[in-house]
Design a protein around this ligand. Structure first.
Ligand code: PAF
Length: 288
C-alpha cells in the first residue's frame, strides 16, 4: 500500500494505473475506521482494479464549536486497517495540500442539502461538497463509495456529482450495525456506557416507525408518537422526518418509496440514522 500526501504524486500514480487500463475506486473517509468503512472498501474492491482510500479530517465541514480539534485521529491504526482490507493507495494530504494558501472556493449545494442536518450544522454540506469535489478531481476516480448511514450526505454528493457532470459513479454501502442495531459511527466512541445503552433506541424507533408506516398506519400519528418516544429516551431530539429518498422533500402521503431520517443527542454527541420505508403493497393475487 502506497501512502501519498501531495497532489502531483497522486496524479502521476493514478495516471500510470489508467494508462495500464486499470479502473480506480475511491473510498473517502475522515479516518477513525470501523467495520462500516471497511465494508465500503470491500464494495470498492469488487467494482474496480485499484482502490484508493482518502484520510482527511476536513476542517471546512466542522462548524465553530463542533469537534474538529477532538475528532478521533489515529493515522497509523487506520493505515494498518486499510492495508489489511487490501487498498492500493492511502491518500492522506495535510490541510495545506488540500487547501493551499489562497484557496478561495466553496460549493454551496441546494436541493437535498437544505434542511435536516443543514439546519443543525450550518456550512456542513458546503464543506462536504467542496472537499468531495476536490477528491473526485484529484483522483479522477471512476467510482466512489459512500455509506448510507449518512443518507443526506449521500444524496448531496450524488446531486453535486450530477450537477457538475463529474465522471465519478457513486455507489453506496448499507449501514453496518452493532448487535443491538446502533449504526456504526466514529462518534460512537464518545458515548459513556449508559449513553451507549440508550443509543440503541434510535434504530429501534426507526424500525418500529417504518413498520407502522408500511403497514398503513396514519403518518402524523406514527411520527408524533415516535418523536415523543425519542424525546424521552434522548437528551434532545433534533428531527424525525419522512422524506422522498433522493430529493429529500417532505412526504405527506406514503405512495412510493420514502426515507425516514432521525437525529438525536446524548450529552454533546449527535447520532443520526435512517431507514427505507415502503408503502403497503396491495396485491390482488388470489382474490377472485
Ligand atoms: O463521511 C465522511 O467521512 C466525510 O463527510 C467525507 C465524505 C469523507 C468528506 O469529508
Amino acid at each position: 500500500m502506497l501512502t501519498l500526501r501531495q497532489v502531483a504524486r497522486l496524479r502521476d500514480t493514478l495516471d500510470g494505473w489508467r494508462a495500464a487500463g486499470q479502473t480506480v475506486a475511491l473510498v473517502p473517509t475522515m479516518g477513525a475506521l470501523h467495520a462500516g468503512h471497511l465494508s465500503l472498501v470491500a464494495i470498492a474492491r469488487a467494482h474496480a482494479d485499484r482502490v484508493v482510500a482518502s484520510l482527511f479530517v476536513n476542517p471546512r465541514q466542522f462548524a465553530p464549536g463542533e469537534d474538529f480539534a477532538s475528532y478521533p485521529r489515529n493515522e497509523a491504526g487506520d493505515a494498518a486497517a486499510f492495508e489489511a482490507a487490501g487498498i492500493d493507495l492511502l491518500w492522506a494530504p495535510d490541510t495545506a495540500a488540500m487547501y493551499p494558501p489562497g484557496f478561495a472556493l466553496t460549493l454551496v449545494p441546494e436541493g437535498p442539502a437544505l434542511g435536516l442536518e443543514a439546519d443543525l450544522r450550518p456550512g456542513f454540506f458546503s464543506g462536504v461538497a467542496t472537499v468531495v469535489a476536490k477528491l473526485f478531481t484529484q483522483t479522477g476516480a471512476d467510482i466512489a463509495v459512500f455509506g448510507e448511514k449518512d443518507w443526506q450526505q449521500l444524496q448531496v454528493i450524488a446531486r453535486m456529482t450530477a450537477d457538475l457532470d463529474l465522471r465519478t459513479r457513486i455507489l453506496s454501502g448499507a449501514t453496518v450495525r452493532e448487535a443491538d442495531g446502533l449504526a456504526m459511527s466514529s462518534r460512537n466512541a464518545y458515548l459513556s456506557p449508559s449513553q451507549r445503552e440508550r443509543a440503541a433506541a434510535l434504530h429501534a424507533t426507526l424500525a418500529r416507525a417504518a413498520a407502522a408506516l408500511s403497514a398503513g398506519e396514519e403518518m402524523a400519528g406514527v411520527l408524533d408518537r415516535e418523536r415523543r418516544h425519542l424525546a424521552e429516551v434522548f437528551d434532545a431530539l433534533d428531527y424525525l422526518e419522512l422524506r422522498t429518498p433522493q430529493a429529500l422533500l417532505p412526504v405527506t402521503r406514503l405512495t412510493g418509496p420514502a426515507r425516514l431520517l432521525a437525529a438525536a443527542r446524548l450529552g454533546s454527541t449527535r447520532l443520526i440514522d435512517n431507514l427505507a420505508v415502503a408503502p403497503a403493497t396491495t396485491s390482488n393475487e388470489g382474490t377472485p
